[in-house]
Design a protein around this ligand. Structure first.
Ligand SMILES: [Zn+2]
Length: 82
């Protein structure tokens, strides 16, 4: 039997349809320039089925929900959101 997964947008809760172009987002600490202090970064990347399983990755149905996630992150809710 085929194993099917249903992903839901972590912002609006919409289920992902087959082959929809969704996005993934996560937050991590990294130095933008070698030798610089590490900063908290918010990253977006196009949907990737392998990355979508990572526990820290958020699933986003489109730019609107990505914007909402970014707004929350910039208001300092990243520890709760991501
Ligand atoms: Zn959404």
């Amino acid at each position: 039997m085929a194993f099917t997964e249903t992903y839901r947008c972590d912002v609006c809760g919409k289920p992902r349809g087959d082959a929809e172009d969704w996005w993934l987002a996560w937050s991590e600490r990294a130095a933008p320039v070698p030798g610089a202090p590490e900063q908290q970064l918010l990253k977006f990347t196009p949907w990737n089925i392998l990355l979508s399983h990572a526990p820290e990755v958020k699933h986003l149905c489109g730019a609107r929900c990505a914007q909402t996630l970014m707004d929350r992150w910039m208001r300092g809710e990243q520890m709760r959101m991501l």
